[in-house]
Design a binder for this molecule. Structure first.
Ligand SMILES: NC(=O)c1ccc[n+]([C@@H]2O[C@H](COP(=O)([O-])OP(=O)(O)OC[C@H]3O[C@@H](n4cnc5c(N)ncnc54)[C@H](OP(=O)(O)O)[C@@H]3O)[C@@H](O)[C@H]2O)c1
Length: 302
């Protein structure tokens, strides 16, 4: 048994953000106990062991085993991802186990824009975060949510904002709306620090960068020496109509990230409803933040 290092229980360590948080926790000197589903492959377990992470296969429905997994833990960090069965059902089982075991602190799997002011029903996935928030706030445990806007990697990936082929920056409604972006490793490094910090507030807000569509066009023009122009795809009402159509014709309603979910996310960003109210980047002064310019520059030169 580890007696000197702080033990953090991590759920979702086999996932993208979860593994990054686990690495960051190990780097920060923490002992990481990762609960994994019983069917998790030997390869995945071995990979986590190589990173210095202890793994514990547990059935989320086995309350006694879940409570035992939380023994001597100073913070439970969730990096689960999915729909209601995961974000409400299993995350609640995780929360209950933490409370039963007397764990003092809980970090839910949010890592998103500020979902609290989004119109009800405007974002299916973030509605589940908001629903879980209400449950978490009723529980006798201190909670901290990390809110980071969109992942910075989306600028060069799934988010249709920088249209490299057409030299356009696509935006909705307002080219001057500030958008929050944070790369995944920044989110993970900050979450690890927050997990090890016993005095965190209920919400921590971070952004590697805050940029408008107009600023993105300038950045891309400078980086490529080619003229990137703004492309207004429409107003918010048009985006909402298109999202509803895409949702109606999507057969895979159980997919956590269909295209229409991305459209709902874009709407929350471009209306400003999901904008972070402040930044707590400076809470951990050793953090090195990655800007949108750096993300785009690395993508162009790769
Ligand atoms: N702000 C943004 O732009 C943005 C973008 C993407 C994601 N996120 C957020 O980041 C968080 C993590 O997402 P991710 O991309 O890292 O997800 P991911 O790679 O899909 O990983 C999900 C994790 O959840 C576990 N899991 C899934 N279903 C489960 C279940 N029924 N019971 C127990 N564990 C289950 C998976 O375990 P197995 O390996 O066993 O399946 C895996 O460890 C989520 O809150 C997500 O919304 C934010």
């Amino acid at each position: 048994m580890n007696t000197t290092r702080t033990t953090i229980l991590l759920a979702g360590a086999t996932g993208d953000i979860g593994e990054r948080i686990a690495r960051a926790l190990v780097q920060q000197g923490a002992h990481v106990r990762a609960i994994v589903r019983p069917h998790t492959s030997a390869d995945k377990l071995e990979h986590l062991h190589q990173l210095g992470i202890d793994t514990l296969p547990v059935d989320y429905k086995d309350a006694a085993a879940m409570q035992a997994a939380c023994a001597d833990v100073s913070c439970v960090v969730s990096a689960l991802n999915g729909l209601r069965d995961v974000m409400m059902d299993n995350q609640t089982l995780l929360l209950n186990a933490a409370v039963q075991a007397g764990v003092p602190r809980f970090i839910p799997s949010d890592y998103s824009m500020d979902y609290r002011n989004l119109p009800e029903g405007s974002n299916r996935n973030l509605n589940l975060r908001r629903e879980f928030m209400k449950r978490l706030d009723q529980a006798p445990i201190a909670a901290t949510s990390i809110l980071n806007g969109a992942f910075g990697e989306l600028l060069t990936g799934m988010a249709p904002i920088v249209l490299f082929r057409y030299k356009r920056i696509l935006y909705w409604e307002n080219a001057d709306q500030l958008l929050d972006f944070t790369i995944k490793d920044n989110v993970a490094a900050y979450t690890a620090r927050a997990a090890l910090d016993p005095h965190t507030p209920r919400f921590l807000y971070i952004a590697g960068d805050q940029v408008t569509a107009r600023q993105l066009a300038d950045i891309m023009t400078e980086l490529t020496s080619q003229h990137y122009r703004l492309f207004r795809a429409g107003g918010h009402k048009r985006l909402e109509r298109l999202t509803a159509i895409a949702r109606r014709f999507d057969g895979k309603q159980e997919d956590p990230f269909p295209a229409w979910q991305g459209m709902q996310y874009m709407n929350g960003m471009f209306t400003g409803a999901g904008k972070l109210p402040q930044l707590d980047n400076d809470r951990y002064p050793d953090m090195q933040w990655t800007s949108a310019r750096q993300v785009l520059s690395e993508h162009i030169s790769s």
